[in-house]
Design a protein around this ligand. Structure first.
Ligand code: ZN
Length: 112
């Protein structure tokens, strides 16, 4: 890879953004090369490096494909399924409980 300009943290020129910043704008690098990098010095370690991309050359985030949407729905359904009763709880099972509220608090459900 060709050498890219290196800037001090927060001193990068306008028009450049990190991948995360692009994402916040609904953009992605879109195959462009890294335009520059910024380095944040750290004590006793190598500097923290972030890669910058040109906002002008960035492309909109790819719309979700049906396959991707289906995979996501499946993953979400799995996260909503209670491992104890195998039912779709209708919400994501809290990791702290590890099961749906009905299974975790059977007494309270009966009282309600
Ligand atoms: Zn359950």
């Amino acid at each position: 890879m060709a050498a890219v300009p290196v800037y001090r943290w927060r001193l990068a020129p306008d028009g450049l953004a990190t991948r995360r910043q692009l994402r916040a704008l609904g953009l992605r690098p879109g195959g462009q090369d890294v335009a520059a990098q910024v380095e944040r010095p750290r004590r006793r370690r190598g500097p923290l490096v972030a890669y910058l991309y040109s906002i002008e050359q960035a492309k909109p985030v790819r719309p979700m494909t049906p396959a991707k949407r289906a995979a996501l729905a499946k993953a979400n359904a799995a996260r909503r399924t209670c491992p104890a009763c195998r039912r779709d709880a209708g919400y994501v099972i809290p990791p702290s409980l590890g099961m749906c509220a009905t299974c975790a608090f059977p007494d309270q459900q009966r009282a309600a």
